[in-house]
Design a protein around this ligand. Structure first.
Ligand SMILES: Cc1ncc(COP(=O)(O)O)c(C=O)c1O
Length: 347
């Protein structure tokens, strides 16, 4: 490990593009003959795979995305780590891949973070993004579940820039996932299939898509790679109920819990796009926002449906900002962690 070259002294923490630079070390483990072994933390390196490796052909790839923060007391906090481990195992199960033992995921990531702790700087807008993933590595053509896998974790610096409110378009041609599909899993294929509609929407001047259900194209599912929530009249937080075509977002879950604490009424139920449009047309105050680990919440400015744009409520007193601040404060240790969401590391 002492040969690990550190890129940290040359890294410009003020000015960088997310996702391009990893830290110096990574976590790796291999699955063979029914068990995980060969666990190691190593310098970030390329991996060599046979062109017959099954991940190149049949889509058995699963990933997670979580974050580490430097708390005000100097400790490192990995937010809702256990929930991310559980979701990763649900994704792996759906993709006929072997589960990751708790200690491999949790202790492995904490050990990696301990070694890379100087990449978790004390800055309110900074976090270290953690990307665990598993790929099928057996060298064999033929559609089947691989017998061999590689688990890896890489870390990448992230900075929260002011994110301007999104112009979103309701996608009425393509769908993200159908009932019985794999939409609730974080497998690579879901993301590959979402690219073309997303690129088309960008060409039309939109920032993001709202996905509708596959059966009736009537009910809202998600927005791009975020869950979607609406705050109605500053009182009721409404979001589509979970199903096997929606990702069970951890930010969504956190916000729903905090919203109840704040005295909002929470409704999880099918949400027809027509209902939202009608509420806006009736002059109701409708806040709309995406929720995800990357930005916590991304406010939506307009929702375009069948060629017409509908404006949502974005003023400074919008309740969504209160929810965002509450969640961000817990992650940073400025508000009490009453749900046990913070996984702390002295490093
Ligand atoms: C499709 C999709 N929906 C929602 C989310 C938000 O999930 P989370 O809050 O756990 O980041 C993500 C991000 O992981 C996603 O990829």
């Amino acid at each position: 490990m002492n040969q690990t070259e550190t890129r940290r002294p040359d890294f410009d923490f003020e000015n960088f593009t997310f996702g391009v630079q990893s830290t110096d070390r990574m976590l790796m483990a291999a699955y063979k003959q029914g068990e995980w072994s060969d666990y190691r933390i190593a310098p970030v390196q390329s991996v060599s795979l046979s062109p017959l490796a099954m991940c190149f052909h049949y889509g058995q790839t699963v990933f997670e995305g979580l974050k580490a923060f430097r708390m005000t007391d100097g400790k490192i906090n990995v937010f809702r780590m256990e929930s991310h481990w559980k979701r990763m195992n649900r994704s792996l199960e759906r993709m006929a891949m072997p589960p990751l033992p708790r200690n491999l995921f949790m202790d492995g990531i904490l050990e990696l973070l301990k070694m890379e702790s100087d990449w978790v700087i004390d800055d309110p807008d900074y976090s270290l993004y953690i990307r665990p993933f598993v790929i099928a590595t057996e060298s064999k053509l033929g559609v089947d579940a691989s017998q061999e896998y590689l688990f890896m974790v890489v870390l990448s610096p992230m900075r929260a820039y002011y994110n301007k409110p999104l112009k979103v378009k309701v996608e009425t041609e393509y769908i993200r996932s159908a009932r019985g599909g794999a939409g609730a899993a974080k497998n690579g294929g879901n993301y590959g299939a979402s690219l073309l509609p997303q690129i088309n929407a960008k060409k039309e001047g939109f920032d993001q898509i709202i996905w509708l259900d596959a059966q009736e194209k009537k009910y809202i599912e998600e927005s791009g790679t975020m869950n979607i929530l609406f705050l109605l009249s500053g009182e009721t937080l409404l979001t589509p109920s979970l199903s096997d075509s929606i990702l069970d977002g951890i930010t969504r879950d956190s916000l729903l819990k905090l919203a109840r604490e704040e005295g909002f009424t929470v409704e999880e139920r099918p949400v027809a796009i027509e209902e939202i449009i009608q509420r806006i047309e009736n002059g109701e105050r409708v806040e709309a926002f995406g929720a995800g680990t990357a930005a916590v919440i991304s406010p939506i400015e307009t929702i375009s449906f069948k060629g017409k744009a509908f404006a949502t409520y974005l003023e400074a007193d919008a309740g969504m900002y209160r929810l965002k601040n509450k969640l961000s404060s817990i992650r940073k240790g400025l508000n009490p962690d009453t749900y046990g969401w913070n996984q702390l590391l002295d490093a």
